[in-house]
Design a protein around this ligand. Structure first.
Ligand SMILES: [Zn+2]
Length: 203
């Protein structure tokens, strides 16, 4: 836990709200090496899916290839409508904090659009890595779904998370703020087509 985390906003602004089950489908292919750990990745995917459900997005996890090491290479066989995510193991040091655990390329239309520094997450959070990974995945996917580079003052799209946020994550996933739910629904075309978008946030 670094100072940056410790001095982050102490007021818990992200409620431990429930998520919603229905919504448009987002196909996601997650590439990870064997170091990531099957149960860690599996639990993280479940948490990310629960958070994205709070924005009316249902994740359909496609089978990704194992890609050992830190080199992120897009799979040419992956369709453009699928979101490709790479868990990079190579970066193990650096600042702590959700937004430096990965990055998104929201203006890119295909290829790997989300990179997550799995090695850094493991080094910083140890046995808590699955919970943090789940939130990092939801955070970065949120950037892609909104199609802009911005952060919110609350919810999973905050730039920095407090210790209270981390405690909250352990109990229940930190979901999207209502403003992010609106932006995701406006930008993600399949949401409108599906017609099953939940009204407002889920806090
Ligand atoms: Zn961010």
């Amino acid at each position: 836990m670094t100072t940056k985390w410790a001095v982050a906003l102490a007021i818990l602004t992200a409620a431990c709200g429930k998520s919603q089950e229905n919504g448009a489908v987002l196909k996601v292919q997650l590439h990870s090496g064997p170091q990531a750990g099957l149960s860690t990745v599996s639990h993280a995917k479940a948490i990310a899916a629960q958070i994205l459900a709070s924005a009316g997005v249902r994740v359909d996890w496609m089978t990704g290839k194992n890609r050992p090491g830190a080199v992120a290479v897009a799979d040419p066989a992956v369709a453009a409508d699928m979101l490709e995510i790479m868990l990079d193991e190579g970066v193990t040091t650096g600042e702590s904090g959700l937004d430096v655990m990965g990055y998104a390329l929201p203006f890119q239309s295909k290829g790997v659009r989300v990179h997550v520094f799995m090695g850094r997450i493991r080094a910083s959070y140890g046995t808590y890595s699955d919970v943090v990974l789940g939130h990092v995945l939801a955070h970065e996917i949120g950037h892609v779904l909104e199609g802009v580079a911005r952060h919110s003052s609350s919810g999973v799209l905050k730039a920095q998370f407090s210790v209270q946020d981390l405690r909250c994550m352990a109990i229940h996933p930190v979901v999207f703020a209502p403003e992010d739910v609106s932006m995701i629904q406006a930008h993600f075309p399949a949401l409108a087509a599906a017609g099953t978008v939940p009204d407002g946030g889920s806090h």
